[in-house]
Write a protein that binds this ligand. Structure first.
Ligand code: GDP
Ligand code: ZN
Length: 459
C-alpha cells in the first residue's frame, strides 16, 4: 500500500522554544533533501543522524529558517516509515513558513490528527492498545492521567496481556499434544494443568479488571459528591475549590440546574465535583428534595465530602447522612470553625475515622490545605496498587478481558465435567483470540504459528 508523505507541527504551538515539524512517508527524505541546504546531501545521510542547515525556498533559493534536521530511515522509526524531523527554534511565524515550504513538496500533505500513530499501528510498529494509549495521552486531563497513559503507551499493559496469552498458549499446546497422542495416558494430568493455567490467567485478568475502575477515575475524574444539609456551606466549598484551581476548571457539558458539576485538578488529582443541592434550599419541600438528591449522589460517588456545621448541634438529617457513610470513601468536613462550637464531634467520630475529619472555615479559607492533603492521601493510599501504574482504561479492553475470562471459566467447567478435550480447546482458543483482539492481532494462522514456534511437539 502506497502512502502519501505526511507532515505536521508535532510540538505544541507557542512562543519561543523549539518547534518540531515531523515528516513521514516514502518521500520524506528525498523531498526534504530538495529544500535543505547543508554540508551533506540528506539522501546520503545515515539513519538516526542530526544535521545542521537551512530550509530554503525552492523557487527563490532564499533561506527561510535555520534548522536542525533529524533523519530516521524506516523501519527503525516511530511510524516504521522514513521520518524526517525538522527542529526549528524560531517563533510561530518561522515554523509556519517552514511548514508552508514542506507542504508544497511533491506528494506531501498535512497529517490528520493521530495519523503518525495510526501509521505506526498499521505498519506493525505498535499494537492497538499502545495506539489507543497515545490517543489518551493527547486527551489526558491531569498529570496523573498523563503518566498512566504514558506507561500504557510504553507497553506496560501490552506486556501483561502478552504474558496472559503466553499462559493460554501453553494450555493450547498441552491440549494439542493430548489430541495428537491420545494413546499417551495423559488425560488426568492435562485436566490438572488446564485448571492451573486457567486459574492463574483468570487471577491476572481479575487484577487487570480491578484497575479498570481506577482507569476510569483518571480519565473522567473522581466523582466527588459534596453532600449535607442546606446552609452548611456546600456551595461555598465548591466555589473555593474551583477558584483556587481556576486555571484548570472546565465546565462539564450536560450540567443540570439541580446538580452543579465542575472539573478541578487538585494536586494533579482530577476531581469531578458535584454540588448536589446547589440551588434554592429555603423552603421545607425543597430542603427535603435537597437531602434526597444528596442521597442519590451518594450512591454513585467515588468520594463523598460530607459537610457539617460546627456552629449547630447535629440534626436528624446530619445523623442520617452519617449513618449512610459506613464503608464509603468519605471525608467529613466540619465547617464554620470561625463560629463557636455547637456540634457534637464525638458523635461524628463514631461514624468517620478521625483522619478523615477535617475542620475548616470555608469563609476564612482556613483548613483548605488540610482538605487537599487528606484527599491526596486517600487517593494515593487507597486507590493505587503499590507503584503499579498499569491501568485498563478503555471500554473495549474491559469487554474483551471479560470475554476472555468467560472462555477460561467455560474451559474449567468443561474440564470438570469430563467434556472431550477438543471442546475445551475451543474455549481456550477463544480466550486467546479475545486477548489478541486487545492488541489488535488477527488470530487465525498466527495462533498455529505461535504454538508450533514455541513448542516442539517432537514429530
Ligand atoms: P449550602 O446550602 O450548603 O450550599 O451552603 P452555602 O454555601 O450556600 O452557605 C450557607 C451560608 O453559610 C452562606 O451565608 C455562607 O456565607 C455561610 N458560610 C459558608 N461557609 C462558612 C464558614 O466557614 N463560616 C461562616 N461563618 N459562614 C459560612
Ligand atoms: Zn448550596
Amino acid at each position: 500500500m502506497v502512502h502519501d508523505t505526511i507532515a505536521a507541527i508535532s510540538t505544541a504551538v507557542g512562543e519561543g522554544g523549539i518547534a518540531i515539524i515531523r515528516v513521514s512517508g516514502p518521500e520524506a527524505i528525498t523531498g526534504i533533501a530538495t529544500v535543505f541546504r547543508s554540508k551533506i546531501d540528506l539522501q546520503d545521510a545515515d539513519t538516526h543522524t542530526l544535521h545542521y542547515g537551512h530550509i530554503v525556498d525552492p523557487l527563490s533559493g532564499e533561506k527561510v529558517e535555520e534548522v536542525l534536521v533529524t533523519l530516521m530511515r524506516g523501519p527503525r522509526s516511530f511510524t516504521a516509515e522514513d521520518v524526517v524531523e525538522i527542529n526549528a527554534h524560531g517563533g510561530v511565524i518561522a515554523v509556519k513558513k517552514v511548514l508552508d515550504v514542506v507542504l508544497q513538496l511533491q506528494g506531501y500533505r498535512t497529517a490528520e490528527p493521530g495519523e503518525f500513530t495510526k501509521r505506526a499501528f498499521l505498519n506493525g510498529r505498535i499494537d492497538l492498545m499502545q495506539a489507543e494509549a497515545v490517543i489518551d495521552l493527547i486527551r489526558s486531563k491531569s498529570d496523573r492521567a498523563f503518566s498512566v497513559a504514558r506507561k500504557q503507551a510504553e507497553g506496560v499493559l501490552s506486556k501483561r496481556i502478552k504474558a496472559l496469552r503466553q499462559t493460554v498458549i501453553e494450555l493450547l499446546a498441552h491440549i494439542e499434544v493430548n489430541i495428537d497422542y491420545p494413546e499417551h495416558d495423559v488425560e488426568e494430568m492435562t485436566n490438572a494443568f488446564i485448571r492451573d493455567q486457567c486459574d492463574s490467567a483468570i487471577d491476572e485478568i481479575d487484577r487487570l479488571l480491578k484497575t479498570a475502575n481506577e482507569g476510569k477515575i483518571l480519565r473522567e475524574g473522581i466523582v466527588t459528591a459534596i453532600v449535607g444539609r442546606p446552609n452548611v456551606g456546600k456551595s461555598s466549598l465548591m466555589n473555593v475549590l474551583t477558584q483556587e484551581n481556576k486555571a484548570i476548571v472546565t465546565d462539564i457539558p450536560g450540567t443540570t440546574r439541580d446538580v452543579i458539576e465542575q472539573f478541578v485538578a487538585l494536586n494533579g488529582i482530577p476531581l469531578r465535583l458535584l454540588d448536589t443541592a446547589g440551588i434554592r434550599e429555603t423552603t421545607d419541600v425543597v430542603e427535603r428534595i435537597g437531602v434526597e438528591r444528596s442521597r442519590n449522589a451518594l450512591e454513585e460517588a467515588d468520594l463523598i465530602l460530607l459537610v457539617l456545621n460546627y456552629n449547630e448541634p447535629l440534626q436528624t438529617d446530619d445523623r442520617e447522612l452519617l449513618l449512610q457513610m459506613k464503608g464509603r470513601p468519605v471525608i467529613a468536613i466540619i465547617n464554620k470553625t470561625d463560629l463557636p462550637r455547637q456540634l457534637e464531634i464525638e458523635v461524628v467520630e463514631e461514624s468517620i475515622a478521625a483522619d478523615s475529619i477535617v475542620k475548616m472555615s470555608v469563609l476564612e479559607e482556613d483548613g483548605l490545605d488540610r482538605l487537599e492533603k487528606t484527599i491526596s492521601e486517600m487517593f494515593f493510599e487507597g486507590q493505587l496498587e503499590s507503584g503499579d501504574l498499569t491501568y485498563v482504561s478503555n471500554v473495549r479492553h474491559i469487554a474483551l478481558l471479560k470475554r476472555a475470562k468467560q472462555s477460561l471459566v467455560d474451559a474449567i467447567d468443561a474440564s470438570d465435567s469430563g467434556i472431550p478435550i477438543d471442546l475445551i480447546q475451543i474455549d481456550a482458543r477463544s480466550a486467546w483470540e479475545s486477548l489478541g483482539e486487545i492488541l489488535g492481532d488477527e488470530a487465525g494462522d498466527s495462533l498455529i504459528d505461535q504454538i508450533f514456534s514455541q513448542f516442539c511437539l517432537g514429530k
